[in-house]
Design a protein around this ligand. Structure first.
Ligand code: 5GP
Length: 210
């Protein structure tokens, strides 16, 4: 039976380890496809065009908005981030589970447009760990880290809007947990209406001795 692809939103505080989680999901299981976002943020050392992000000027980003080329977009600490529409639609049509690593405003817009999307919120086990990871990454200035922590306070207000809360203490455990959530989502009866209908029809015919 062909499965329908699920749109998966992964949000969480900066430093919660979302990047490592999606990388592992893609490497371990063939069913996932990772959407690469467009952003006006400058690349961090080692971030490659088309792999980490599609890096855009403000003008080019505005153009994408005007052309309706983004499923959603949002502003985050002075920069724009958005999800290109074509890739998401193409991968879902192929039956892939599409991962969006996006912040909360984007997550809300996705839920409005795709009510069947699964929203996961990732956090560290405590805030001290978050601070250590953010500082340890060494890619942001103190000022940006402070802005990101401030933003985390705002995002924490919306945690209940997500379907699942995932604690990234041990990466391997967390990745397995997310995969099992998605596998369970695939088994929801409402995602399997075609199969349910087929079983009903066959049963009816069988009961009539056909
Ligand atoms: P970073 O600058 O750390 O790569 O990303 C900053 C924030 O933007 C993260 O919370 C990340 O999940 C979010 N983000 C990345 N891409 C998108 C996107 O396409 N749309 C939205 N709404 N948020 C995004």
């Amino acid at each position: 039976m062909a499965r329908e692809g699920i749109l998966i939103v992964l949000s969480g505080f900066s430093g919660a380890g979302k990047g490592s989680i999606v990388k592992e999901l893609i490497e371990r299981y063939e069913q996932y496809a990772l959407s690469i976002s467009a952003t006006t943020r400058a690349p961090r050392p080692g971030e490659e065009e088309g792999i980490a992000y599609f890096f855009k000027s403000r003008e080019a980003f505005q153009q994408m908005i005007a052309e309706d080329a983004l499923v959603e977009y949002a502003q985050y600490v002075d920069n724009y981030y958005g999800t290109p529409r074509a890739y998401v639609e193409e991968q879902l049509a192929k039956g892939k589970d599409v991962l969006l690593e996006i912040e909360i405003q984007g997550a809300r817009k996705i839920k409005e447009q795709f009510p069947e999307a699964v929203l996961l919120f990732v956090t560290t086990k405590d805030i001290q760990t978050l601070e250590q990871r953010l500082a340890g990454r060494g890619t942001e200035t103190k000022e940006v880290i402070t802005q990101r922590l401030k933003r985390a306070v705002e995002e924490s207000e919306g945690m209940e809007e997500y379907d699942y809360l995932v604690i990234n203490d041990q990466l391997d455990t967390c990745v397995k947990q997310i995969h099992s959530i998605i596998e369970s989502e695939h088994l929801k009866t409402r995602r399997n209406q075609a199969f349910v209908g087929k079983v009903r029809e066959e049963l009816k015919r069988f009961s009539k001795g056909e």
